[in-house]
Design a protein around this ligand. Sequence first.
Ligand code: GDP
Ligand code: MG
Length: 182
Amino acid sequence: YSKGTSRRTLLKVIVLGDSGVGKTSLMNQYVYKKFSYQYKTTIGADFVTRELQIGDKLVTLQIWDTAGQERFQSLGAAFYRGADCCVLVYDVNVLKSFESLNNWHLEFLKQADPANPHTFPFILLGNKVDVDGGHSRAVTEKRAREWCNLKGSIPYLESSAKEDINVDEAFLWVAQAALESD
Ligand code: GDP
Ligand code: MG
């Protein structure tokens, strides 16, 4: 792979957010089209891959998941190194996970140290919108969008790994943005 010069492109995607927000589930839904209520950690691999066609480019997304270390915010330099884009995730039913976003955003910028932090491709996902028919929501869409604007027009989508809502869209958006920011 040589980024930018050939039609094959490898993009490293980092998925970040508090433990339990659904990072692993979103990834499993996107790559394997599977959902489970059982807590699973990623075993034996630091990342999974999925290919997708964007225009004339065959893009390989290398999606990096955590195996629970996010509880301690200690993901290590290798996790962040060479990231092309970042998917931030919170749970719309858990206020704390929304309040943690500032830390995750800052931590990413500090660790990955992108050349241009203002235009680096992030996306924010408000996950688990299926829960309780929306009655247990703790964060409004408006409030989430305000946070995104404050951080420099980060795109926002509401998702469900369970119902497969906006999962393909999220990874496609962020991959497109990463290609454009090459
Ligand atoms: P992670 O710690 O961020 O990787 O979160 P997990 O993917 O392990 O998910 C934590 C729990 O939330 C698991 O029991 C999942 O089945 C559940 N979960 C994840 N996404 C969703 C969703 O969109 N809707 C619902 N109802 N449950 C979800
Ligand atoms: Mg996980």
